[in-house]
Ligand binder design. Structure first.
Ligand code: FAD
Ligand code: NAD
Length: 474
């Protein structure tokens, strides 16, 4: 058998967690390999997640703007039409550009990509971690490492009673490459994926019904924002069946027939669609990883626990979707940098209280910090400043007045505890709230910071001014 290639760090998984860790390790002069079994680097996010979904959100939004807004703005372009194969082709091209970009960054930072499925096989007598990589053609490569980082990510959670059937009952990956616009799309789960991809297909012409178990959309967002958000999506033509569970799905000749039941139990009904998207969450992926060889166990929900990213076994670390915390690319990236800095003896740092969330619908929803409900539950005495986009001059001029900014601050100290935005470019605006909160800002700090006029960001300043009731434009 060929001698094992030895590394300082071997990372298993080439998604935002794994590839950022590999690049950071290269930057810090560590000898690093990243094991990835897909044909391309970038993981879920670049291949079948963040990036292709944003490509379709962007294209479908422009289609809707061209159809509905252009005439109002005095622009005549004839009747816009969707060329779905071109829309998919530009998405694929962007994704390829991004995944190739990661390959380039690997080369630049001297990180090796070992193609194949990685399995931890134990420890050498000297205490080095062992990883066996099996390539698609069956070739096996042995690696050893002082440190192993598990960054194997997640996969869609299946719904019992609702089996996936290609093109009919699909997960998010299927919904990113439908060959035609379905007449009726049913989405199970009013979370991030359901509302983003539901928006894509509604804009392109599908009748979209969203079935949600809870009474609130948006998986964990502030309740006042969730109510406004659901109202906005309903106005756009999305139909919601809230407080409802799906108990079975049957593929019939004329579509997929779902059986629904109130979440609390009760009379059943059926709902038929051409395509059903199951988007009820994602679960950690550790299949075939060889955890048993080093005595690491998953918790009841399949996650790997961590303490400052340590797995509990010397020299084995865990980051990204496979471990606890929000399943977000930027959370995985923060952990990637921190884990390599810990390994290199530096002071890594992740502030889990300041991981922003963004839903890239039209308009967007974004938030960071605590919701009103969380503050109330924790008994925190807080003040609230709120500013509507109807009173923001840039939003008005652009005819984008849906939504508001809400700032929550400690009543005594004025420290900003949460910022919630439902409105145009919320995902970009939340960046200033993240920076302010990272520096421990008071609401007055934001309120007294000069913001350019006319910009949507003035709505953030005005909401902060609202904490002490000196909002000027509303
Ligand atoms: P992953 O990206 O899942 O990468 C893990 C990689 O490990 C995979 O490529 C897998 O092939 C590989 N792997 C697993 N096991 C092995 C093994 N044994 N050997 C070799 N390779 C292995 N997040 C956001 O922040 N913003 C968004 O806009 C956003 N949009 C999304 C849209 C969709 C449709 C989906 C599904 C997800 C979205 N996410 C978004 C979530 C985001 O994709 C994940 O949080 C992120 O990819 C997690 O990164 P990761 O590195 O932990 O795991
Ligand atoms: P999610 O957790 O965001 O939402 C799942 C929704 O399904 C919840 O509202 C939940 O109540 C509902 N649900 C659960 N079981 C149900 C059932 N049996 N019947 C009906 N409804 C049910 O999960 P998701 O939308 O699948 O997304 C998965 C992950 O991917 C999330 O953690 C998210 O962070 C990440 N993601 C992020 C982005 C982004 O940052 N913009 C985009 C897409 C995905």
């Amino acid at each position: 058998m060929a001698e094992a290639a030895s590394y300082d760090v071997v990372i298993i998984g080439g998604g935002p967690g794994g590839y950022n860790a590999a690049i950071r390790a290269g930057q810090l002069g560590l000898k690093v390999a990243c094991v990835e079994m897909r044909d391309t680097l970038g993981g879920t996010c670049l291949n079948v997640g963040c990036m292709p979904s944003k490509a379709l959100l962007h294209a479908s939004e422009l289609f809707e703007v061209a159809t509905k807004e252009f005439p109002k703005l005095g622009i005549t372009v004839g009747t816009p039409k969707v060329d779905l194969s071109q829309m998919m082709a530009q998405k694929a091209e962007s994704v390829t550009g991004l995944t190739k970009g990661i390959e380039f960054l690997f080369k630049k930072n001297k990180a090796d990509w070992i193609k194949g499925k990685g399995k931890i096989t134990g420890q050498t007598p000297e205490g080095l971690g062992q990883v066996e990589v099996t390539a698609a053609d069956g070739t096996v490569t042995q690696l050893t490492a002082k440190d192993i980082v598990i960054a194997t990510g997640s996969e869609p959670t299946p719904l019992p009673g609702v089996d996936f059937v290609e093109g009919k009952v699909i997960d998010s990956t299927g919904a990113l490459s439908l060959p035609s616009v379905p007449k009726k799309l049913i989405v199970i789960g009013a979370g991030v994926i359901g509302l983003e991809l539901g928006s894509v297909w509604r804009r392109l012409g599908a009748e979209v019904t969203v079935v949600e178990f809870l009474d609130k959309v948006g998986a964990g967002m502030d309740a006042e924002v969730a109510t406004a958000f659901q109202r906005g999506l309903t106005k756009q033509g999305m139909t919601f069946k809230m407080g409802t569970k799906v108990t079975s799905a049957k593929v019939a000749k004329d579509g997929v027939v779902l059986t629904l039941e109130p979440a609390a139990g009760g009379a059943t009904e059926t709902l038929t669609g051409d395509v059903v998207l199951v988007a009820i969450g994602r679960r950690p992926y550790t299949a075939g990883l060889g955890l048993e060889s080093v005595g690491i166990e998953t918790d009841k929900r399949g996650f790997l626990a961590n303490d400052h990213l340590k797995s509990g076994k010397d020299g084995i670390w865990v980051i990204g979707d496979v471990t606890h915390g929000p399943m977000l690319a930027h959370k995985a990236e923060e952990e990637a940098v921190a884990v390599i800095e810990y390994i290199a003896g530096k002071a890594g740092h992740v502030d889990y209280d300041l991981v922003p969330s963004v839903i890239y619908t039209g308009p967007e929803v974004a938030w960071v910090g605590k919701t009103e409900e969380q503050l109330k539950a924790a008994g925190v005495d807080f003040k609230k400043g709120k500013f509507p986009f109807t009173a923001n001059s840039r939003a008005k001029i652009n005819h984008e007045t849906e939504g508001f900014v809400k700032v929550l601050a400690d009543s005594k100290t004025d420290k900003v505890l949460g910022v919630h935005i439902y409105g145009p470019q919320a995902g970009e605006l939340i960046g200033e709230a993240c920076i302010a909160m990272a520096f421990g800002a008071a609401a007055e700090d934001i309120a007294r910071t000069c913001h350019a006029h006319p910009t949507r960001s003035e709505a953030v300043k005005q909401a902060a001014m609202g904490i002490d009731n000196w909002t000027m434009q509303a």
